[in-house]
Write a protein that binds this ligand. Structure first.
Ligand code: UD1
Ligand code: CA
Length: 463
């Protein structure tokens, strides 16, 4: 046997989540931008090392493992999901060397490390065989209920479907989070039966089993029910998501960021925003995004995995993805910055302009109806309305270079690879296929012909 260690955390995450009516395993559904299970692992990692966290997987095991394996936790396979008691039976080999285990549910995602620690300390101080974290939510329906024997002592946990008439009045619920001393747990776990409406092994039945063996089973009530609510339906997930989103907005507001109508905004937990920035209603800021100070992000913009400098105005309806925007820049309305767009300080990207993999220098402007892809654009460049970089020949992508101070007339097509030299002019409506030298003027369009009186003659002929 390996030397006995004090504590492991086991996270049950093998279930399908039938009540979701979804193809995806329940613990992979996201709230606040992260899978349910990732929230639980993050809390567990604040209490024990990743090596002492064991996640029980089963339904869509590979997908679940892939989603969280970078955390360094271990995995235990429960090939057939025959109930929460069966899940712990599957973990015996990996965890019986610990003196105690804490059991968390992969679908109770708001649990805080402080609460896990409190459960552990109480369990150890009381030398309990099993300690059940309980709560009193406003609506206890659907949860297992606590039948107490007096004081902290528990008599049994009774699942919703098995409640007697008088037990239906019990408001205290089982949160699905427990501490166990491993010796009595594994000495008795094989006594669990499947004598219940789902024909499953219920971990909750361990309470009455241990009580029968005169082992101490205790209840510890969580300070607030909000953090131990389960996510069994999509409606419950939406509620937990809203709760976490509001918490993030409140943190931002505490640090000097104005969030108007915060209940309409979706801001991921890792997003950083500087003071005096204003976030208007219906904005989404996602992933690993940083927004500087004194910015204004106007409504209906979606920013993901991007860096925005200070004093940037993002007008309504912009999409910014994996891009960088320099301080003082002005975007939108309706600009689309696709991955690897780097917009320089004070630059303008305006109405219906799409960019992809470009570097645009300080103070350059592309204000209207333009596509800029695979381009290096210098400083002080003016890109006229309707300009297109033709970057794709059907097989390969090619680079367009526009040097400092160049002027691209409206409705020009720049057929890459091509270079527009410093300070050069491209006449409006040009199709540019050859490099334009510094300070030159390039026309790339048919010369205009004008036929005097032609329209009048035509009208008269058709009378
Ligand atoms: C469980 C409790 C209930 C408690 C509630 C709190 C039981 C029998 N009931 O009910 O008393 O009030 O949690 O949220 O335990 N899982 C596995 N393997 C399985 C079955 C489930 O790993 O074979 C996992 C699920 O993925 C989930 C967790 O265990 O993360 C709980 O399972 P779930 O089916 O959601 O239990 P509840 O019905 O919510
Ligand atoms: Ca559940």
């Amino acid at each position: 046997m390996t030397s006995s260690k004090a504590f492991a955390i086991v996270i049950m995450a093998a279930g399908k989540g039938t009540r979701l009516k979804s193809k995806r395993a329940k613990v992979l559904h996201a709230i606040a931008g992260k899978p349910l299970l990732a929230h639980v692992i993050a809390a567990a990692q604040k209490v024990v090392a990743a090596a002492d966290i064991h996640v029980i997987i089963g339904h869509q095991a590979d997908e679940v493992r892939r989603a969280v394996e970078s955390s360094g936790v271990g995995f235990i396979l429960q090939a057939d999901q025959r109930g929460t008691g069966h899940a712990i039976m599957c973990a015996r080999e990996q965890v019986q060397g610990y003196e105690n285990i804490l059991v968390l549910s992969g679908d109770v995602p708001l649990i805080r490390p402080e609460t896990i620690t409190r459960l552990r300390d109480f369990h150890l101080a009381e030398k309990a065989a099993m300690t059940i974290l309980t709560a009193e939510p406003d609506d206890p329906s659907g949860y297992g209920r606590m039948v107490r024997a007096g004081g902290d002592r528990v008599k049994a946990i009774v699942e919703q479907k098995a409640l007697s008439k008088s037990q239906q009045k019990i408001r205290e619920i089982n949160t699905g989070i427990y501490a166990f001393a491993t010796k009595p747990l594994f000495a008795n776990i094989d006594r669990l039966t499947t004598d219940n409406p789902h024909s499953e092994f219920y971990l909750t039945d361990m309470a009455a089993l241990l009580v029968k063996k005169k082992s101490p089973v205790l209840a510890l009530k969580a300070a607030e029910a909000g953090e131990v609510l389960g996510a069994n339906t999509l409606a419950e997930m939406a509620q937990l998501d809203a709760f976490l989103r509001m918490r993030k907005c409140n943190e931002l507001m505490d640090s000097g960021v104005s969030v108007y109508r915060p209940e309409t905004c979706t801001i991921d937990p890792d997003v950083e925003i500087g003071a005096d920035t204003i976030i208007e209603p219906f904005v989404q800021i996602l992933g690993n995004t940083r927004v500087g100070s004194d910015c204004r992000i106007r409504s209906f913009s979606v920013i993901s995995d991007s860096q925005i400098g200070d004093n940037v105005l993002v007008r309504p309806g912009c999409i910014i993805d994996q891009s960088k925007v320099g301080s003082g820049a002005l975007l939108g309305p309706y600009s689309h910055l696709r991955p690897a767009s780097e917009i320089g300080e004070g630059a303008h990207i305006g109405n219906f302009v799409e960019t992809k993999k470009i570097r645009m220098g300080r103070g350059s402007k592309a204000n209207h109806l333009t596509y800029l892809g695979d381009a290096e654009i210098g400083e002080g460049v003016n890109v006229g309305a309707g300009t297109i970089t033709c970057n794709y020949d059907g097989v390969h992508k090619h680079l367009t270079i526009i040097e400092d101070g160049a002027f691209i007339g409206s409705d020009s097509t720049l057929v890459a690879p091509v270079r527009i030299g410093k300070g050069a002019y491209v006449a409006a409506g040009s199709s540019i296929t050859q490099d334009v030298p510094e300070d030159a003027l390039a026309f790339g369009r048919a010369r205009q012909q004008t036929k005097e009186g032609w329209a009048k003659r035509r009208r008269e002929k058709s009378k």
